[in-house]
Design a protein around this ligand. Sequence first.
Ligand code: WTA
Length: 668
Amino acid sequence: MSAESPESGTLSNLLKEDRRFEPPAAIAEHANLQAEAYDRAASDRDAFWAEQAERLDWSQRWDRVLDWDDAPFAKWFVGGRLNASYNCVDRHVEAGRGDKVAIHWVGEPLDDTRDLTYAQLKDEVSKAANALIDLGVQTGDRVAIYLPMIPEAVIAMLACARIGAPHTVVFGGFSADALASRLDDCQAKVVITADGGYRRGAPSALKPAVDEARTKTGRESGHRVEKVLVVRRTGQDLGEDGWDDSVDVWWHDVVDTASPEHTPEAFDAEHPLYVMYTSGTTGKPKGILHTTGGYLVGTSYTHWAVFDLKADTDVYWCSADIGWVTGHSYLVYGPLANGATQVMYEGTPDAPERGRWWQIIQDYKVTIFYTAPTAIRSFMKQGREIPDRFDMSSLRILGSVGEPINPEAYVWYRHVIGGDRTPVVDTWWQTETGMIMISPLPGVTHGKPGSAMIPIPGVAADVVTEEGASVPNGSGGYLVLTEPWPSMLRTIWGDDQRYRDTYWSRYADQGWYFAGDGAKKDSDGDLWVLGRVDDVMNVSGHRLSTTEIESALVSHPKVAEAAVVGAKDEDTGQAVCAFVILRDEAGDGGADIVEELRNHVRKEIGAIAKPRQIMIVPELPKTRSGKIMRRLLRDVAEHREVGDVTTLADSTVMDLISAQENAGSSDE
Ligand code: WTA
């Protein structure tokens, strides 16, 4: 826990912010959920969740909604059986909606598009399921997916779900080392990847990272990846050593030729659906485990309620990558379980030109759009002339996720993108929660720029003090979830104790889930999430652990010690700032030391973790017990006057670091 408490955070934004946006009458009148749902859900939570579970097709109904006897290990919809892939695909075809478009896929190269109807999706998923079975994948085996944003990514996930093989999707921007540690942790039997993907107009290779990762797995466990299934996307040259016939198989050879007939088997509601790795406060990423029934109930319910989805008419677009939880819950499982029509886009917002996203909204008449504050801020910076060139009058609801949205970005989003018609739903949730937990309902709750407002019906949250007392309106504290919810994580893969320690030990007496975020209640009792209170950063909506980056730095032969903090950044929310002590034998490290270390982090973890700034320093500020005082380093990184240094073992250290900073020795 950092030395900073959220109680000491600034209230200024909050106090100034008195803009309010009422739900538009047209949305309010036909809203999927009405205001009565809050009380109804609170008065009988199990009944409310049972009602939501009815939106799925169960091959066997549950006997009990929630078994919380063995808390914090939950079982939801006990005794129920279902198949997630059947619920996302087959049942829509059986209901006569086979010709409905499930995915309007837009590739990054212009005019590279592909529409998949639900009937086509069913065939593709069935073929992929049959191919995986032929490759030896059995129920319970883990399959890693390391793909760009192409339809095969969704097909692969659903094929895994169909045969009960939990998937672990690793973001395509992660390095070979990061991939290897994930493959090892969940002991993946098969990896599904592509030759490459398109990124800013150029093909960018993926397959070589898988090859490298394979050489790095199994050092301790002896575990081995058996097969690598490769989609041909870019057609780029794989190089002389880029193919191993004993391991590698082309997707077009084994999937395209497989039978489109596959009968999905129903699995227990608690059967593992996927493992998603996320950063924690130690160097080792946590494998967050989600299971089938509760997760699908939670994601389909929230996608329907929070975006007020009208499946027959809406065109929905979530810009998140499938490598993050948002891509899992709100690109794959939620929208497809609801039979929605959606857009999926392969590339970056500015390829081949800056208006690409708005062009897509115009072309496909997108009605619901879900993105991240970091993207909105970068569009703000480019100016409204770019979006103003497009007709985005189809939009009716906008969503935001990933980090606190600054009131100015919220208002710009609503005004410039939404033409002032559209409510903005600021949705707070986490990899661990699986589904949106705190958010306005667009037809019920008014919007306040910067506030995620209140828990949605069925969810219970509070802001509490260190001791667990609910804070009064107008005060800040720690965000907790006070009741279990269906799509909650079940454990950390292979580490039940870490699961208890991380989330449930802090408020063990009360039995609350500790989210790791600070929050405030305003004078109306609405919630303002302030960001992480632990040693986790949020860079462009992506969670990165300070420890993980420190470990990467220290693995460089010239580095003796490193401390990493997240500093405020106009574009990315927070940016990675590192303070590094070099080994004596490295001297001053050489002229390119900063660049060398930045690239080293990129190689170890991936481009998103590359520090914005590295300062080579003679000492780090430590308490007498040896704990690095990141609070002081943050002061330096954010160019503030350095705060209270009285608990430092050596109070002159900060003078040395500040002197270094002022000399501008190592900033770029
Ligand atoms: C932050 C992403 C403020 C928060 C779905 C949380 C937010 C972490 C919001 C989870 C929001 C996410 N307002 N903060 N609307 N949404 N966060 O696991 O710190 O990648 O704990 O899940 O992002 O990040 P994760």
